[in-house]
Design a protein around this ligand. Structure first.
Ligand code: SF4
Length: 325
């Protein structure tokens, strides 16, 4: 470890001022402290934001609003979330160990860094950690890496299961800074690597996520999350699928699908969604449309299996969600 400055913000304005001055925000610390210990990240100043009033979970004016300091475990257990947004509850349940779910905040979950092993190995070349140094994963161990949204500078997957669920549900991130508040559709929060993989999101320096808002919709109520991984717990996704579906009169009225473990950002599947519109929710239909789930995929030496696995993950979760009562 190295020396750094630590302070505790008493209120929102002092936190935002510290953020504007270059301090990094810390809440649960479940990602950042690990990275600091390994010297992958070396912030000079941390401001602890745990006293800020960002912990509520409630429905207001047609939106579920979740404060960014709500802990994963509290969101999982909340009756409103379980009943009206099961995909959120399920994605969080499948995300981490019980100890981590008790500590980790929703805002921190959305901004967690990739699990690419070279990113966490300070002796390896990694454009995300040291821009311009190269990408060890391109010719190295890349079985778990991305097949969608990749560039020749980075093929790391985005690690958050929750982000996949929120992209499917068209959530909005509420961000605050010393200059005010802005609302960012979560589909516009994350950046694909292109030639700047060190830039992972579109928050401005010092901007702080205060809350996430999710519209209340019929399809959110019929929703779920499937995560396929090498072992049943404490493991990141090889593939995952968040599906929300509205069925009426024996046909699909609306479907929202996002997938994880395959993209450099949480990946929405609009072509699959459009192909389902007005069709009956049958296994044959789901098999047919899932065949286009991996369109545009570009695999590396070890992860070509993800293309077929992604199609099967989407097909299986479409069937699961359609069968929900
Ligand atoms: Fe770094 Fe991205 Fe390459 Fe991993 S895939 S080594 S995070 S540049």
């Amino acid at each position: 470890m190295y020396q750094f400055h630590y302070s505790k913000a008493a209120d929102e304005q002092s936190a935002l001022r510290a953020g504007a001055g270059g301090a990094r925000y810390i809440a649960g610390g479940t990602t950042l402290v690990d990275l600091m210990r390994e010297t992958v990240e070396r912030p000079e100043a941390l401001v602890d934001i745990n006293r800020l009033p960002y912990t509520s979970i409630e429905v207001q004016s047609g939106f579920l609003r979740v404060g960014s300091l709500a802990r994963m475990a509290d969101v999982i257990a909340h009756p409103l979330v379980r009943q009206q947004f099961p995909v959120i509850s399920q994605s969080l349940t499948l995300s981490a160990s019980a100890q981590l779910r008790n500590m980790a905040s929703i805002g921190g979950n959305l901004l967690q860094r990739t699990r690419c092993l070279y990113f966490r190995d300070v002796s390896a070349a990694c454009n995300k950690r040291v821009p311009g140094s190269g990408c060890s994963a391109l010719e190295g161990r890349n079985r778990t890496h991305a097949i969608l949204g990749v560039s020749r500078h980075c093929i790391a997957t985005h690690p958050s299961d929750l982000a996949v669920a929120l992209v499917a549900l068209d959530a909005v991130v509420v961000a605050r800074s010393t200059v005010g508040e802005r609302r960012i559709p979560i589909s516009q929060l994350y950046r694909q690597p292109d030639d700047s993989p060190q830039l992972e999101h579109n928050l401005q320096p010092g901007e702080l996520i205060a809350a996430v808002e999710v519209p209340v919709t019929p399809e959110a109520r019929r929703s779920g999350y499937l995560k396929v991984r090498d072992r049943e717990s404490y493991e990141f996704a090889l593939t995952s699928a968040a599906v929300a579906m509205d069925i009426a009169g024996g046909v699909i009225r609306n479907t929202r699908i996002a997938v994880g473990g395959v993209g450099t950002v949480p990946w929405r599947l609009p072509a699959v969604e459009a192909a389902l519109h007005g069709r009956p929710p049958t296994p044959d239909v789901f098999r047919t449309v899932a065949a286009i789930a991996a369109e545009g995929a570009r695999s590396s030496r070890e992860n070509g299996f993800k293309i077929e696995l992604l199609k099967r993950t989407v097909e299986r979760q479409l069937n699961t969600v359609a069968a929900m009562p």
